[in-house]
Write a protein of this length. Structure first.
Length: 336
């Protein structure tokens, strides 16, 4: 009985300590991290203003393999939102509340874990020497539970460290993107080799839009499940092209950095090092045929043999930019 009495005293003391910490703990949170990325604000903006693109480099989505995501609204615009549910991190949502293109994005963050916490998050781009200073920040009032946690540990340091990881991943992703070139300029280079995670099927050419719309989502989920690090944007890997039959064998895929095991329903596609002939095409998809024809003519004129697949990397797509003249597709042909 004495032991139970002592345990009761301990419990009462712990509850009192918790109440005191909840009353006197820090009332607000103010977390901020910055990094200079060697690129222009215009190049970085699409990847900090679209939740699907943000979650390709954000550290939070890799913290729990049970996490599920849902996107709503027109991505890349005010009012677009994503929500999550996780066994480890509870549930919540983020909604874009304000945007100043190529300069800043503001969002409301709601976290539902041990109560409901609301904060303001911002990503600010500033043109500076050496590139663009990207600042990721969060501020708001602490809940009762957050006051207790902030007294027991440095929430600024814990969350700030994750912000640093995210900015590092954003830097790595931006570094892989080619700089847009005007017109239809063809260039050659050495291809270092690469691995893609994706879904490959034979589909009708007339149904390609539906194929990509349906399959890029499970590919992105596969990135999260395997904790694979993306080193490129969503791409189409074309292994055959038969316009007379309205058929193509194509993979909806994303280039990855680390070695992983493909989850069920997905495949790994390895492209060996070699020579490549490429073009950074700017414009609507209706002009892609002319771009491919120009590349095919280059092969014929230079007596080169082509090795599959043909890669189309959708660096800036309709989900990120409404103006079709700003759509950026990187097309790569490999030399056999």
């Amino acid at each position: 009985m004495k032991i139970l009495k002592y345990l009761l005293y301990v419990l009462i003391v712990l509850i009192l300590i918790g109440l005191i910490l909840g009353l006197v703990g820090p009332k607000t949170k103010d977390i901020q991290r910055s990094r200079v990325i060697p690129a222009t604000p215009e190049q970085i903006w699409p990847y900090v203003s679209n939740w699907e693109k943000i979650n390709m480099w954000s550290p939070w989505v890799r913290m729990d393999t049970s996490l599920t995501l849902e996107y709503t609204g027109n991505q890349g615009t005010v009012g677009s939102k994503y929500s999550w549910s996780s066994k480890k991190m509870g549930s919540g949502e983020q909604t874009i509340t304000a945007m100043d293109p190529n300069r800043s994005m503001e969002a409301e963050l709601i976290i539902k874990m041990m109560g409901e916490s609301t904060s303001k998050t911002t990503i600010v781009l500033q043109d500076t020497t050496g590139g663009t200073k990207v600042t990721w920040a969060m501020n708001g009032k602490n809940t009762f539970f957050e006051k207790i946690m902030s007294t027991m540990m440095s929430m600024e340091k814990m969350i700030g460290n994750e912000y640093d990881k995210g900015l590092n991943s954003l830097d790595s992703l931006i570094a892989t993107l080619p700089k847009p070139k005007p017109g239809m300029k063809i260039y050659t280079n050495d291809y270092p080799g690469g691995t893609y995670l994706g879904i490959k099927k034979k589909v009708k050419i007339s149904e390609l839009k539906d194929f990509f719309s349906k399959n890029f989502t499970p590919v992105m989920e596969g990135l999260k499940t395997t904790k694979a690090e993306a080193v490129g944007m969503p791409s189409g890997l074309y292994y055959t092209w038969e316009p007379d039959k309205d058929m193509t064998e194509v993979a909806a895929a994303i280039a990855i950095k680390n070695e992983v095991k493909a989850p069920m329903g997905l495949q790994l596609f390895v492209i060996l090092p070699g020579k490549m002939v490429a073009m950074d095409y700017m414009g609507g998809y209706g002009g892609l045929g002319n771009a491919h024809n120009a590349l095919a003519e280059y092969f014929r004129s230079n007596n080169l043999m082509q090795a599959p697949p043909v890669v189309e990397e959708y660096v800036v797509d309709p989900m990120m930019e409404k103006d079709s003249t700003k759509w950026h597709t990187r097309i790569i042909y490999f030399v056999k």
